[in-house]
Design a protein around this ligand. Structure first.
Ligand SMILES: Cc1cc2nc3c(=O)[nH]c(=O)nc-3n(C[C@H](O)[C@H](O)[C@H](O)COP(=O)(O)O)c2cc1C
Length: 179
């Protein structure tokens, strides 16, 4: 059974999913799974390395994803883009975030790339899809705010078996909030 079996695709507006990286391919893999879960026809996938500010401006509904790199950083492709990104007018947009990290080897900076994207977003009140921290073991994450992650937290290094369920639940949580 596919994730999108019970989605009412007709009612969904296009979503632009911009992913950063991906050096080992995991962020891309997760981006594809999210696209599938939301219905392929509802989501355009964009590699952030090949995207510009105008690509983001086209969408009201946005999903941004990055892996965490170099202890607390976003993937370098996001680093190269983030200054342009903050010039976008996000006031009428709906934004959801997802991130990848390795909580076992980077417990002091788990999912920090996602925390940085959230920090740099000019309109944080438009962010949907906060995610519980239960089921993760780490010491510190800049992606944690008020006891929740600012977006879907994936760990393909140490909890790959949980990824599909997490995506499914998260998509259920966010799909009706896009406009
Ligand atoms: C050099 C290096 C630094 C990393 N730094 C972090 C980090 O600070 N926090 C974290 O949660 N994960 C960190 N990771 C783990 C990656 O984010 C994780 O493996 C991710 O799934 C990679 O995604 P990708 O294949 O799309 O590049 C690091 C991995 C490497 C190799």
């Amino acid at each position: 059974m596919g994730f999108n079996d019970d989605l009412n695709d007709k009612d969904m507006k296009k979503i632009g999913l911009f992913y950063g990286g991906t050096s080992k391919g995991s962020t891309y893999k997760v981006a594809k799974k999210i696209q599938e879960a939301l219905g392929k026809e509802n989501v355009d996938l964009h590699d952030i390395a090949k995207s510009s500010k105008t690509d983001i401006e086209k969408y009201t509904n946005l999903i941004f994803g990055t892996s965490a790199w170099g202890v607390g950083d976003m993937h370098r492709d996001w680093e190269g883009f983030i200054d342009e990104f903050v010039e976008v007018d996000f006031s009428d947009k709906i934004v959801a975030l997802f991130g990848l990290g390795d909580q076992k080897n980077y417990p002091e900076s788990y999912l920090d790339g996602t925390g940085t994207i959230f920090c740099r977003l000019p309109n944080k009140e438009n962010v949907i899809g906060f995610w519980p921290t239960e089921g993760y073991t780490y010491y510190y994450s800049s992606a944690e705010k008020d006891g929740k992650f600012v977006g879907l937290a994936i760990d393909e290094d140490t909890q790959p078996d949980k990824t599909d369920d997490r995506i499914k639940q998260w998509v259920e949580q966010i799909k009706d909030k896009f406009k």
